[in-house]
Design a protein around this ligand. Structure first.
Ligand code: SOE
Length: 387
């Protein structure tokens, strides 16, 4: 009889919704080694979390994360709170022997992330940081092709993550714009994702030269309590200082000699959640655009000279031919953003049963935090900074 894993999820807004959908759907589309029970959803606002419990399909709701972490029935703690509580909750969950899935960025600082890794290692729990974009089928195919040498040795990794949700100066000072809660702005929020893809697809960063900039320095405070929430909020009358970057950019070198060029901004009007990646190697190139996420473009320099060009690979083949897609639909019936969380949670559940963490682990989270920190240090000093 397969074991049952009971989940306690802390946080119920945007990521809580995406993760709840994944906890519900993963068992329906993937061969999981355990049953999954959506046991408790937790959030600070009693009315909010109670309605989320009903809407998102959880058995119980709580307003105190310690109840969840200390509940002997709970096997997994899924952390989707603002960044300033990731460390405290993850360390307590590890010490209670719970497996932990934590949203990115792992922590506010390198030090906190190292403490989380140490607690998880000591407790011998399974740990994962939710860099969901690794499990886009096209990205997983790119990883396979790079590993097989399809583009040869890598010269360039070029990535851009552009959004515009806070581009209006009247947009209120929600938690993602407050350093004390978020740790940084575009750097930790979205640069973290393309740094993770660089680490996944190319390798470790060795040194960076970074730039952080805040264009809109004052915003109305949100009219909700303290931290505000999510990507939308009503503005109060009082103004507050923005304490994080609107944009983070850096050039860098990987350990393997490849060059990096990354840009993350939340003030690119017209770009809603636009991730583009181009990797150039000695034998070819790969290009990916999240707005067309079921396709991977591939230039193969070995193609006959009279017919070269970027091939447009539709990554929707089942039968194990291409990653993840076979669990869904027949070829060509494309999938979306929410499927990246379902793929992540399916692998996490099986890792919990096997007792062996799957990538990206908290160690990946620490390494990501070190790059974020080096970008911040370099932006301050104006100098190249070792990771
Ligand atoms: C806001 O920038 C945000 O919700 C990020 O926090 C997520 O990690 C990203 O996937 C979508 O945008």
């Amino acid at each position: 009889m397969a074991k049952t894993l009971r989940v306690g999820m802390i946080g119920y807004r945007f990521m809580g919704k995406a993760h709840s959908n994944a906890w519900r759907q993963a068992p329906r589309f993937f061969p999981l080694k355990a049953h999954v029970e959506l046991h408790t959803i937790c959030g600070r606002d009693a009315a909010g979390v109670q309605s989320a419990r009903v809407q998102l399909g959880w058995q119980n709701s709580s307003t105190d994360w310690r109840d969840v972490v200390e509940n002997p029935l709970i096997d997994i703690v899924d952390i989707n709170t603002p960044n300033d509580s990731h460390a405290e909750i993850a360390i307590a969950a590890a010490q209670s022997g719970k497996h932990v899935l934590c949203e990115k960025p792992l922590a506010l600082t390198v030090k906190q992330s190292e403490q989380m890794l140490a607690a998880a290692t000591k407790a011998k729990i399974v740990h994962m940081v939710c860099h969901n974009y690794r499990r886009i089928p096209a990205i997983a195919l790119a990883k396979k092709m790079i590993t097989e040498g399809a583009i040869g040795s890598i010269y360039h990794f070029r990535a851009r993550y552009a959004q515009d949700w806070p581009a209006d100066p009247e947009f209120p000072l929600v938690w993602r714009l407050q350093k004390g809660v978020s740790g940084s702005g575009a750097n930790g929020d979205i640069n973290a994702h393309i740094i993770d893809l660089g680490r996944y697809l190319v390798g470790e960063f060795r040194e960076v030269c970074g730039l952080l900039h805040t264009f809109i320095t004052d915003r109305p405070l949100p009219d909700t309590v303290a931290k505000g929430h999510g990507l939308a909020a009503k503005a109060a009358k009082k103004m507050g200082k923005v304490t994080v970057d609107d944009a983070a950019m850096f050039m860098g070198r990987f350990e393997n000699g490849a060059l990096a060029n990354l840009e993350a901004t939340r003030l690119a009007l017209g770009r809603k959640n636009h991730i583009t990646i181009e990797i150039n190697g000695s034998k070819g190139s790969l290009y990916f655009d999240f707005e067309d996420m079921n396709r991977l473009k591939f230039f193969n320099n070995d193609d006959p000279k009279d017919r070269q060009g970027f091939r447009d690979i539709l990554v929707t083949q089942g039968g194990g031919v291409q990653p993840f897609f076979g669990h869904w639909w027949p070829a060509g019936h494309i999938i979306g953003y929410e499927h990246t969380f379902i793929h992540t949670i399916a692998d996490f559940v099986n890792a919990c049963v096997d007792g062996k963490s799957t990538q990206p682990t908290f160690d990946d989270g620490v390494k990501n935090q070190r790059v974020l920190g080096a970008v911040e240090a370099s932006a301050k000093s104006g100098k190249w900074t070792k990771v």
